[in-house]
Design a protein around this ligand. Structure first.
Ligand SMILES: [Zn+2]
Length: 145
């Protein structure tokens, strides 16, 4: 039987994965695993579309901005913040695809909502929240506190 979380092949008689300790036969986890992938793709799609919009805006603005000086200067910090947000959305999306960090995936989905195409980012945020179980879990010790 293959582990739903890490994909390692285990003896059919095993109750838990020998690699990551996940309970085997957890069909729910197998289904949920798709959510983080979709969320990661949505993060990156949202960020990619936002990047295209930003580039079009930048081209238009820098042409118009030449004529009106001050606005040209104001647009630069705005552009930098936007690009940073897009980068965060992409990093979060990669973490969601790899299921490596739920916190990063959530931050990325928030960035994808704020800086990207908001309804795609919002969908990624909901899916990331639902996919909590798919991500690498904190050490068992922290569950006691
Ligand atoms: Zn496993």
């Amino acid at each position: 039987m293959f582990c739903a979380r890490c994909g390692k092949g285990n003896e059919d008689s095993s109750a838990f994965c020998s690699s990551c300790g996940t309970k085997l036969g957890d069909v729910q986890l197998g289904k949920k695993r798709q959510l983080s992938r979709i969320a990661g793709i949505l993060d990156i799609v949202s960020a990619g579309l936002a990047l295209a919009v930003v580039l079009v805006w930048a081209i238009i603005w820098f042409r118009v901005g030449d004529a009106i000086g001050l606005w040209y200067a104001l647009f630069v910090p705005f552009l930098v913040i936007w690009l940073v947000g897009i980068a965060v959305a992409i990093v979060g999306g990669i973490h969601a695809l790899r299921r490596s960090s739920w916190n990063w995936a959530i931050v990325g989905a928030v960035a994808a909502t704020a800086m990207g195409i908001w309804f795609i980012g919002m969908a990624a945020l909901v899916l990331t929240a639902l996919a909590r179980d798919e991500f690498r879990q904190p050490l068992p010790l922290s569950q006691n506190s």
